[in-house]
Design a binder for this molecule. Structure first.
Ligand code: FNR
Length: 367
């Protein structure tokens, strides 16, 4: 039996309920990471190695969480990241995230491999709601050009090119459960399993493993949307991104689903910010991180260390799969509550107050 949504007090509660109530296939696809899932585990654990240095006696009666990301105004410095196959968890798919995003003024990144069509997700947008596009680059560049230009025409405000997945990672939990489910599927008569297998196959077949830095100017020539590289993992590539005129980078390991033993985004952030500062590049590019962000404190730590914003994946999928739109709205509100309280407790009233002086990164190396 499902507890009422009001009994979810943090994002991890949604994960617990999802584990107990979601269909096995969907749970396996959403929750799995690559190989031994060490990166998956460390993504969140890495935040536990960073401590705060609060200021006291600051007037914190008013807290403002609003900010901009890629020039887009938003109520909070987090966004709903792109995750494939929304209909595995909720029959309505990604539009549930769109509606919740509208209610809470949170930006949504639309995945190339959404269960809903791209136009359905854009049509679900309300008012001046903001959406971005996540792109898997096709070997057929004409297809890619059409996707990008259509997204721009439909009002998408940024292009996030996934650069950490020239080949799909091995997620064994997912592979096993699909195998089981395939057997069960005969009686089950549902198309979800085939869809996901189809997508997995599609990912490895259409994504272009030859994608390289040489392609960046072409993307800049076909769109005016700001371009973000999704999945940068070392300082040298961050520097290169600036030199190629890219607008932003996302330090990410794809939620631990690609290379196991890739470092947590928050650790890469320390290295990247140090390198950007060394080159005088810190104002030339926006830096984002994702992976394992589950608490308001995780978000604050990232912002203090130089991130402009953070992406959140699984928690919203779990909330969507268990309580639908209400769940996602609740998850977003919980994060806002945590952020507001944590800002008060560290002595900051607005996002632009946050800087490195508020954190003690301790053992985290900055190379
Ligand atoms: C993803 N992610 C992802 N990224 C991407 O560029 N294209 C995609 O299609 C997907 N699909 C996808 C599916 C699922 C089920 C998950 C969990 C993740 C990665 C995603 O954008 C993001 O990097 C991570 O999800 C962030 O980590 P957390 O918040 O899930 O820990």
């Amino acid at each position: 039996r499902m507890p009422p949504v009001s009994q979810c007090y943090n994002l991890l509660d949604f994960e617990d309920i999802a584990r107990q109530t979601m269909k096995k296939t969907a749970w396996a696809y959403y929750s799995s990471g690559a190989d031994d899932e060490i990166t998956l585990r460390e993504n969140h654990a890495a935040f536990h190695r960073i401590w705060f240095r609060p200021k006291v006696l600051v007037d914190v009666s008013r807290i403002d969480l609003s900010t901009t990301m890629l020039g887009c105004p938003c109520s909070v410095p987090f966004y709903v990241t792109a995750t494939a196959l929304g209909k595995l968890g909720n029959p309505e798919g990604e539009v549930v995230l769109t509606r919740a995003g509208y209610r809470e003024n949170v930006i949504q990144m639309i995945p190339t491999l959404a269960s809903c069509s791209f136009d359905e997700i854009v049509d679900a947008k309300q008012g001046d709601q903001i959406q971005w596009l996540q792109l898997y680059v096709n070997q057929d560049r004409e297809i890619t050009r059409k996707i990008v230009q259509h997204a721009e025409k439909r009002g998408c405000r940024a292009l996030w090119i996934t650069v950490d997945a020239p080949q799909l990672g091995r997620r064994e939990k997912d592979m096993r459960s699909k195998y089981d489910e395939q057997a069960a599927n005969v009686q089950d008569n549902e198309s979800t399993v085939d869809r996901s297998q189809g997508a997995a196959r599609a990912i490895s077949s259409f994504i272009d493993p030859s994608l390289s830095w040489k392609d960046i100017p072409w993307f800049q020539s076909i769109t005016k949307m700001p371009i973000v590289l999704k999945g940068v993992q070392r300082a040298e590539d961050a520097i290169k991104a600036v030199e190629y005129g890219v607008d932003a980078i996302l330090l990410s390991n794809h939620g631990g689903r690609q290379l196991d033993f890739a470092r947590p985004g928050i650790e890469v952030l320390a290295e990247v910010m140090a390198a950007l500062r060394q080159h005088g590049y810190e104002h030339k590019i926006e830096v984002y991180i994702d992976g394992g962000i589950r608490r308001g404190t995780d978000i604050l730590k990232a912002i203090c260390m130089g991130a402009k914003g953070v992406g959140i994946g699984r928690p919203f999928l779990y909330a969507m799969s268990t309580y639908g739109e209400t769940g996602v709205v609740r998850a977003m509100q919980l994060l806002k509550d945590e952020l507001t309280m944590n800002m008060r407790l560290i002595g900051a009233t607005k996002i632009s107050d946050l800087d490195e002086s508020f954190v003690d990164v301790g053992s985290i190396s900055t190379h």
